[in-house]
Ligand binder design. Structure first.
Ligand code: ATP
Length: 324
């Protein structure tokens, strides 16, 4: 039995997490869910966007399934990643409809603890300053993870993405560390690109990428671009992994424009749950759910409007569950 902390959060977070639980409940695996609160509504109610009790529940669980946070995202998800020491954020960009989008399949390995996300901003007499933190240790750890991931999954190439021509010291350190770590993995090919060029190559040559390792902010932006390549934000899952904890969440946010309408695509969250199953060692169940989800998306009937169907979020999940 696995103890899962469930934090639906705001907006469509609740709808897509509820839908995902419908799918998980169909598996022959026992989950003990502990529901916890966080986000905008939680802040209004309790005065805190991320209550201590929620952090405690998350830390004590075997894994966390998270939905989305709205305006309070920085206080909730960025802080949770920090509290749980999840140093890597994995964001697979994989086309589930290759006939429509081409056979795109690469992994973004995003550093999850530093960069501009440390939130060190201050007002100055002229305006404002934000500090960007890059350490040797975190850069080594994330590069090492990317090479190990490439090896474990049979990929042949790792690409480092940075902006070391402008940020010579900080991004320079990230890039140089990547090439130092690469020396321990001579069987994996390496290359590196500036983040702006990468933004273009992802559109012009998306099949050239296998594993991208990058800093926190670039990883965030490129993964949304990746979502655009394979059918939208409703399709991209993510995993935050540390030495002791795992937190799984869709890449999309709370999408207030469509919240409460039951039209959010649950695929990103269901796929995040598959990453959670992998993390828990339940890979067979993960592949099964993925297979069924892909079939349902390709069939194109019992899916949400962004995928061309007329089903609600819950109906799509129930249909997937019925096929398991
Ligand atoms: P937040 O500030 O919480 O990140 P946001 O609206 O700025 O919210 P996202 O939630 O990431 O950003 O989504 C951007 C847009 O993409 C949404 O407004 C919505 O139209 C679309 N979108 C996101 N997720 C989904 C989904 N699961 N299904 C369908 N459309 C989605």
């Amino acid at each position: 039995m696995y103890n899962i902390a469930v934090i639906p959060g705001d907006g469509i977070g609740k709808e897509v997490v509820d839908a995902t639980l419908i799918v998980l409940d169909k598996l022959p695996i026992e989950f003990n869910y502990t529901h916890a609160i966080a986000g905008d509504a939680c802040k209004e109610e309790t005065g805190k966007a991320l209550p201590d009790e929620t952090i405690k529940i998350a830390k004590e669980s075997d894994a966390v399934l998270f939905g989305a946070a709205g305006e309070t995202a920085a206080d909730v998800i960025v802080r949770l990643r920090h509290e749980l020491n999840t140093f890597v954020n994995l964001r697979p960009v994989k086309s589930l409809q290759p006939d429509k989008y081409g056979d795109i399949d690469f992994m973004i390995v995003r550093e999850n603890t530093e960069d501009l996300y440390i939130g060190d901003e201050e007002e100055t007499p002229e305006g404002a300053i934000a500090r960007k933190k890059i350490t040797k240790k975190a850069s080594e750890k994330i590069s090492e993870y990317a090479f190990k991931y490439a090896k474990d999954t049979g990929r042949k190439q790792v690409t480092c993405v940075h902006k070391a021509n402008v940020l010579k010291i900080s991004d320079g350190l990230f890039k140089n560390t990547f090439y130092e770590v690469a020396q321990n993995h001579p069987e994996i090919e390496t290359n590196d690109f500036y983040v702006d060029a990468t933004a273009m190559y992802l559109i012009t040559n998306p099949l050239d990428f296998e594993v991208i390792v990058t800093t926190n902010l670039y990883g965030d932006i490129l993964s949304d671009e990746g979502a655009g390549l394979v059918g939208g934000l409703g399709m991209i899952p993510s995993a935050n992994i540390g030495d002791e904890n795992g937190l799984f969440e869709p890449v999309h946010g709370s999408a207030p424009d469509i919240a409460g309408q039951q039209i959010a695509n649950p695929a990103a969250t269901i796929l995040s749950a598959c990453m959670m199953l992998d993390y828990l060692g339940e890979s067979e169940a993960a592949r099964k759910v993925e297979e069924v989800l892909i079939d349902v998306i390709r069939e194109g009937k019992n899916v949400t409007p962004d995928l061309g169907g007329t089903s609600t979020t819950t109906q799509m999940a129930e249909y997937i569950a019925s096929k398991l």
